[in-house]
Design a protein around this ligand. Sequence first.
Ligand SMILES: Nc1ncnc2c1ncn2[C@@H]1O[C@H](COP(=O)(O)OP(=O)(O)O)[C@@H](O)[C@H]1O
Ligand SMILES: N[C@@H](CCC(=O)OP(=O)(O)O)C(=O)O
Length: 258
Amino acid sequence: MGKSGKKRILLKIGSNVLTKETNHISRGKIEDIACQIADLKEEYEFVIVSSGAIAVAKQFVQLESNGKEINVKQALASIGQPHLMRIYQESFRELGLLTSQCLLSYSDFKKEESKTNIKNTINVLVENNYIPIINENDTVATDEIKFGDNDKLSALTAALLNVDLLIIATNTNGIYTKESMDSKSQKSIKETSNIELLRSQIQQSISSHGTGGMSTKIEASEIAQGAKIETWIVNGLKDNFVVNAIKNKSEFTKITVQ
Ligand SMILES: Nc1ncnc2c1ncn2[C@@H]1O[C@H](COP(=O)(O)OP(=O)(O)O)[C@@H](O)[C@H]1O
Ligand SMILES: N[C@@H](CCC(=O)OP(=O)(O)O)C(=O)O
């Protein structure tokens, strides 16, 4: 709970959601997110972890690869991040919502002083009605781009800020049973606290823009669970996905605290 008495939600938005699985970032999806935050703002305050810097850059530039894949991705992230933030800022401002940018690295979570600074900065932002939009500081981070750990970043941030709920928006209705995936009749696991059970349902596939697949989302929910935070894995491709999950009007996976 924030100082305002509102419930605090950490919302992680994956690249596939932001591109709506195309090769372009979707302004419509960012507007959908803004609308939902505006609708919920009397009861909830939001901190966002957003991927999409690399995806947004790809629509503007093609870089020479020169065999250094990671460095090319880092350069793309550096080009895309300001565009991504511009789209957030413009879309959110339309609805009277204020945004800010925080770029974080995993090493920041290993240093107590940095952790305290992250926490205090974000608290000042939220208390002043700014919505912090966090992404990995890709210029210095290699593991993140390789392993798609914005899921882990969202969980570490959720734990650090002691939020009430972690919502991970991806391109499926949460986690499907392995059996249903095999028979192509996707059926979501509705609620569980059993992380091992979830791990056993994973398929190795990831989607076109995704990096970590479902396993990094399960790892994230394990970190959140350790901090007594519930995780919801929801389908961000659908309109109104946060509001509908809160109203229990959609299919998604709830990973509860033990
Ligand atoms: N049991 C499962 N249920 C749902 N999705 C799964 C499962 N196992 C693997 N996946 C894959 O995980 C993908 C989501 O992860 P990812 O592609 O990294 O997306 P994001 O960009 O949201 O991080 C799904 O599109 C699907 O291909
Ligand atoms: N920091 C990168 C994150 C890429 C990434 O982790 O994507 P995802 O698996 O969709 O969360 C970017 O903004 O493009």
